[in-house]
Ligand binder design. Sequence first.
Ligand code: HAM
Length: 432
Amino acid sequence: MSIQAPRGFNDILPGEQYGWRDSYRWQRLEEIFREVARLYGYQELRPPMVEYVDLFVHGVGATTDIVTKEMFNITPRGDDPDARRMAMRPEFTAGLVRAYLENGMPNNPQPTKIFAYGPAFRYENVQKGRFRGFHQLDVEVFGAQDPAVDAEVIKLGLDVVARLGLTGLVVSVNSIGCPNCRPRYREALQNHFRPHLGELCEDCNTRFERNPLRLIDCKRDAGHPAQQSAPVTLDYLCDDCRTHWEGLLSHLEAMGIPYQIDTRIVRGLDYYTKTVFEVLHPKLGAQSALWGGGRYDGLIEVVGGKPTPGVGFGMGMERVLMVLEEEGLTAPFADRPRLDVFVVTLGEAARPVGLKLLYELRDAGISADIDYLGRSLKAQMKYAGKQNSRYVVILGEDEVQRGEASVKNMDEGTQESVPLDQIISHVRRAEV
Ligand code: HAM
């Protein structure tokens, strides 16, 4: 029997040879994200990986691709009294809003600044940088309207990738207005596209009534003259949205963040209002958004809270790590942890002494390992070398009787006899 991972799901593995799938790179990226989030005053919330489908239908949007085509649904057992359908989360924002409300967090001093990370699931067509199981680094700020927060969120993401050494990013921003100004814009879009419906794809025809904004970023109709000449949201913003938009741009300028305005960005989730943004990298080709986000001032109310503004982003971990690999950027992953000591034992009498030393080393915070396969001396030495250990402590029967061991410094190739009770201090001394 040969079973493979489900299509579109990846194993994250220990070892440099796995490139972007090297688990050490993932750990470092998560560490960097947590560190930057902490610097910005964000705290971690861990929502479940499964939510009721209704949350995504109402939160992300009933007509979005995510909900109509890409949901990983779970069918509960037939005798489950709570037989509402559940789904694996396709993104974090809706679940974080639910958790914020369900746990009384609006009663805390606002704003609430949250970070979260982990797997998300979308039943997509698998291609480069697009998976069915993927991972996001996510931040959200609930309860602040100030465009300085939109700028903060953009800057936070840029700080994460700056620590990885990634350059050449393009920050694209747009404003898609609010329920005040959107109807006028929708109408303008419908008037513009109506004469061309026959030439546009099936999806665009369905979206025309329910979600005409998506007509301007449809990939299938990209290049159609009607798409090129479509009216742009920025010309339809109400005073409030315009002030917010100008505020955002002036904050980005004050922070020295280069950006481009891309009126084609509308995003694939329905909850956005005002600010939307995407950060692109040319190396990713068609799937070029490393991350995306924006403001969603109506979402918290939709999920059952009082009207509360919100803004955040989701960053694709696979995409960030794939670009780093393509760019050959290994510096942030260079100092991989090494094994401090490998304990080699020879003969029956040395074995219990070796095992005791092994646990003493670990208790002292020195990483250590031993052979469990009954290897010969030569094979143990070879294995210790493969483990990239700094020291090999060799316990032969004679040495054990003298209360000593040979300690080999693998980097320098030197070897000396050390009394057993001084091995820990010997290894430590060499550390500093
Ligand atoms: P999104 O644009 O759907 O937004 O996803 C954010 C990022 O997740 C994308 O830019 C991409 O890097 C990654 N991503 C999405 N789908 C896939 C996939 N199938 N394979 C690999 N990577 C993928 C959201 O999810 C929003 N919740 C972001 C947000 C947070 N907006 C406000 N707060």
